[in-house]
Design a binder for this molecule. Structure first.
Ligand SMILES: [Cu+2]
Length: 647
């Protein structure tokens, strides 16, 4: 929808449909660039030692057929600017980034591909980073440090967690290059995933610097009577923004700051963060920039695809698909799309946090645009779920379809007033604007249904009737769900105990605050959970204090029930609204645990063995210890976990 948006470039003033004038200089939404393979490069440049020349022909054949693909992903400091709505100027920033653009490239993969990614850590060396300058002693494991050490996590991918694959226990130091190899299985679900660094101790600083990119697996498998298919095959022909990159909405929150000579964040009289003309914004101070209240006080704005308050164009009556990816570090985002009211003020400078929420209250007063959610965390839902508020937690993905009902300007905004249980002071803010042209549409739901039916009409054979029947039956997507439901019988068959996971922030007077899972801080030498390959199991997720998004690598889980706690702590009624609206039955890899919820999820340990992690996806909590090591092992002859050596 932002393609062909060149009409906005250079337009100093925008006359909106309702006649009010927008004074804000337009910044167009950009789609991420798609990472290109380096296949033109002579292959001998990456030949390992002792390489057998005879196999070079086979390698080149695989590359030509697209079965093998090689990407190069450098990590470096990049100089650039970020628009600051409180001053109307572009702040200069120097941030760690993938490649030499702020917006990390999108990585496209296909089922069955071998994808090799050469990660080049070109960040400067930090020889003394293990020593705390305040004490002269080494940092503790759960004290964030060594911010230039890194690694690569393919969030949501169902691939091996070990060796050169999705191994987040690796440490790649500055100056070191490492080639990852992801064998994406032929039966991997297509969908919206993402990549980011995951080195314990530097994850928040690096993701907060903008190191996060979309990772999309393209689907081309049409459903048959015998097997389910990829949602892409239904949607792509009937979606207005059919280009994969044009569907990506990477949501980032960069808490960049400028520092005075004493190393303190430059602030104005109200505590809002400022940068003088000769200063450069950075993300380097963990305590100051990832304090629970830092983001809401900073006055910084959420970005779509690396742009603050971007403008987008759209046509009414068309169906658009957004692949929303919450790549922020710690904040809840309640995403709404809403028509601006007839008396919407001109948008211009937004000088204070209060002014930002006032702007939402004055401008975003029209009707909500319904978001038709088709996938959670990249995995197709059993049935389309309609929402007007999309609760997004760090790590979540939400694939939505939407139709704009009438011409005019729309706010895309974060309606997060009072939802932050940690800081308790989030306020609403506009994230971007849509300018729609075209005729009025009476019923956007009818348009979505008609488009899905049009997609289904392209199917051949009896499966066409099945899919058409599903769509007519409340927009069901049964033939596009990647994983079969885990039944009571399947859980009972394995007879394994439920695994309880409880997050907590343990605050005691005169002691350091502990960020724990099951009352323990992260210990790299301990494997906290041992799971048996090929089995299914139930997990119970809870939080003792404020909410934390639970995330586990490798195998996704299916949400079975979310029950509100009774006053005596026992499970009460199902929680089906607010942050848990439409969750039951979906497949996810990240799920918020509220202190008043008792959550039951089920998962299968399929195909892959080895050690990986589960953790809170508020990344500063993870860096401070809210993480566990998990391993999947082979069963012994008795069907139970076989003993396995550990470092
Ligand atoms: Cu947390």
């Amino acid at each position: 929808m932002w393609r062909g948006g060149a009409a906005f470039v250079g337009a100093g003033l925008l006359l909106t449909a309702c006649g009010s004038v927008s004074a804000e200089p337009p910044r167009l939404l950009k789609a991420p660039s798609v990472l290109k393979s380096d296949e033109q490069k002579p292959r001998d440049q990456e030949k390992p030692q002792g390489y057998n020349l005879l196999s070079l022909g086979a390698l080149n054949a695989a590359i030509q057929q697209g079965r093998e693909i090689h990407y190069v992903l450098p990590i470096k400091y990049t100089d650039g600017t970020i628009y600051n709505p409180s001053t109307g100027k572009n702040d200069k920033v120097r941030l760690r980034s993938y490649g030499d653009q702020f917006l990390a490239p999108m990585i496209l993969m296909e089922p069955g591909q071998t994808v090799r990614i050469s990660l080049l850590n070109q960040l400067p060396a930090e020889p003394n980073c293990k020593i705390d300058p305040k004490t002269g002693k080494p940092y503790a494991t759960n004290a964030p440090h060594c911010f230039n050490n890194t690694n690569l996590h393919s969030h949501g991918l169902w691939v091996s967690p070990t060796g050169n694959s999705d191994n987040v226990l690796l440490n790649i130091e500055p100056g070191v290059n490492f080639q990852y190899e992801y064998n994406v299985p032929e039966d991997h679900p297509a969908g919206t995933f993402w990549y980011h660094p995951h080195k314990h101790g530097s994850t928040s600083i690096q993701v907060g610097s903008g190191m996060a990119g979309a990772l999309v697996i393209k689907g081309s498998r049409v459903p048959t009577e015998l097997s389910n298919g990829d949602l892409d095959t239904l949607l792509q022909p009937v979606t207005a923004n059919a280009d994969f990159a044009a569907q990506v909405m990477l949501i980032q929150q960069l808490p960049y700051a400028c520092f005075d000579a004493q190393g303190n964040i430059e602030k104005d009289a109200k505590g809002q963060w400022i940068c003088k003309d000769d200063q450069i914004g950075k993300v380097e101070n963990f305590d100051a920039q990832f304090d629970p209240k830092a983001w809401s006080q900073s006055g910084r704005f959420t970005m779509f695809n690396g742009v603050v308050r971007p403008q987008m164009e759209a046509k009414t009556g068309q169906m658009y698909r957004w692949r929303l990816i919450h790549a922020g570090v710690e904040e809840t985002i309640n995403l709404r799309i809403r028509k601006m009211g007839p008396k919407a003020p001109a948008t211009g400078l937004v000088k204070t946090v209060k002014a930002a929420s006032d702007e939402v209250a004055k401008a975003c007063t029209g009707a909500d645009v319904t978001q038709y959610e088709v996938a959670t965390d990249g995995l197709t839902r059993p049935q389309v779920f309609n929402k007007t508020v999309n609760n997004l937690q760090p790590g979540y993905r939400s694939d939505i379809l939407f139709v704009l009902p009438e011409a005019g300007r729309y706010c895309v905004y974060d309606d997060s007033s009072g939802t932050d249980q940690v800081a308790g002071e989030d306020s609403p803010k506009i994230i971007g604007f849509i300018e729609a042209t075209g005729d009025k549409v009476a019923d956007t739901g009818a348009v979505v249904k008609a488009k899905l039916l049009e997609g289904a009409s392209r199917l051949q054979g009896p499966v066409r009737d099945t899919v058409t029947g599903d769509i007519n039956d409340g927009l069901k997507l049964t033939k596009y769900v990647p994983h079969p439901t885990i039944t009571d019988a399947e859980i009972a068959k394995w007879g394994q105990p439920d695994i309880p996971i409880t997050f907590n922030i343990d605050i005691q007077p005169n002691q350091h605050t502990r960020f724990t899972v099951n009352d323990k801080e992260y210990d790299p030498a301990v494997v906290n959970q041992t799971l048996v390959l090929g089995t299914a199991q139930q997990w119970i997720l809870m939080s003792k204090f404020v909410n934390h998004p639970f995330h586990i690598h490798v195998n996704p889980f299916q949400v079975v029930s979310i029950r509100k706690k009774n006053p005596d702590g026992t499970p009460g009624p199902e929680w089906t609204d607010g942050i848990y609206a439409g969750m039951q039955g979906t497949w996810k890899d990240t799920l918020i645990t509220d202190p008043n919820a008792i959550i039951t999820v089920r998962t299968r340990y399929n195909r892959y063995i080895g050690e990986f992690v589960l953790h809170c996806h508020i990344l500063d909590h993870e860096d401070k210890g809210m993480m566990q090591n998990v391993q999947i092992v082979l069963p012994g002859a008795d069907g139970k976990a076989a003993a396995m050596g550990h470092h």
